[in-house]
Design a protein around this ligand. Structure first.
Ligand code: ZN
Ligand code: ZN
Length: 345
């Protein structure tokens, strides 16, 4: 079978590798569609994120839909042949954090596309059966791939403990920002102020419920949000870009006693924001670490048309051209929002 493997920064090759065998409790998945994610772009460009470095040829890709091709020992028959969305994080279920209901913070976590666990840019892969969630025929292969970032958005909004009537800022409207916007609106956000530097993204934000949008490269987003909210600031600022300045902007636009939720992934290891402003306001700052328990909601939300994930997919590539998909996503060119790689059909 074919696998797109990363050998170092910007160096991806299509290799012929053996089809793996599922062990007890596992299934063999035929990968259908894989979404290009910002974290994958970090791997592609830099060969890693922080301490997680690519060693040896490595397969990235963790947002994907698949078909269950064969069952390992002990897996119940009904899953065979099903199209599934896949939770990429494999938690141990027995550590302190897992037992406390936080599998996303598991001490022993393995994650597809974080070394040493290979990702989805290959024709077949094995994965625990319990992390495969059947999707109905009405959800396409590419929508199935976007259920993973939708899960991140659900978790992001949950962390904010949003109240009906809250005002929010979304700083950066790539896929996570736009999905967070949709979920926050469904959760009762009364007004959403959205910033980005890409006009197409802001246009999409308006379709998805932004009250007002602002080109962050054409002025000061902080004074804009301050003016829009009559000098109060927003109840919750969602940082969904990590464009160096957006963390500081988030700390500045949140109201007194407000919240700053950090969902972006930094390229550098240091974050800076005005500490006195944050301290005087008594700001609550939370980091988003992946997600937990989201598929049982994400799947019916898409099935019932509550959230639009299909419109996020703007570009499609075959497996042979996976590197082009990452190059495009890194360039922000051609109106790219979510590029996907069609591994099998
Ligand atoms: Zn992702
Ligand atoms: Zn654990």
């Amino acid at each position: 079978m074919k696998a797109a493997r990363l050998y170092g920064p910007g160096e991806m090759r299509i290799d012929e590798v053996p089809v793996p065998e599922p062990g007890p409790g596992e299934v063999l998945l035929q990968v259908l569609t894989v979404g290009v994610c910002g974290s994958g772009v970090h791997y592609y460009l830099d060969g890693g994120i922080g301490d997680d470095k690519v060693v040896d040829p490595f397969v990235i890709g963790h947002e994907f839909s698949a078909r269950v091709a064969t069952l390992g020992p002990g897996v119940a028959e009904p899953l065979l042949g099903k199209r599934v969305a896949v939770e990429p994080a494999i938690s141990c279920g027995t550590c302190e954090l897992c037992l406390a209901g936080h599998p996303n913070l598991c001490e022993n976590i393995l994650f597809c596309s974080t070394p040493p666990t290979q990702g989805a840019l290959q024709e077949y892969m094995v994965h625990p059966a319990e992390l495969c969630f059947p999707i109905p025929d009405s959800i396409s292969d590419e929508e199935g791939a976007v259920l993973e970032p939708l899960g991140i958005a659900l978790h992001t909004v949950e962390l904010a403990k949003l109240h009906p009537g809250d005002t929010i800022a979304i700083l950066g409207c790539g896929p996570i920002g736009l999905l967070t916007l949709q979920v926050a609106r469904l959760s009762g956000a009364r007004a959403a102020y959205v910033t980005d530097v890409v006009p197409e993204r802001l246009a999409m934000a308006e379709r998805f419920g932004a009250s007002a949008t602002f080109r962050a490269d054409e002025g000061d987003p902080v004074s804009w949000i301050w003016a829009e909210t009559g000098g109060r600031g927003v109840d919750v600022a969602f940082e969904t870009a990590w464009a160096e300045e957006t963390v500081a902007q988030g700390a500045q636009v949140a109201r007194r006693g407000g919240k700053l939720i950090l969902a972006g992934i930094p390229r550098e290891d240091v974050a800076t924001y005005p500490a006195h402003a944050a301290r005087r306001k008594g700001l609550t700052i939370k980091y988003v670490r992946r997600m937990k328990h989201t598929y049982s909601r994400a799947i019916p939300m898409v099935r019932d048309g509550l959230v639009d994930v299909a419109s996020l997919v703007t570009h499609r590539f075959p497996l042979e051209r996976a590197a082009d998909a990452y190059e495009l996503a890194a360039s922000y060119k051609d109106g790219v929002m979510k590029a996907v790689i069609e591994v099998s059909k």
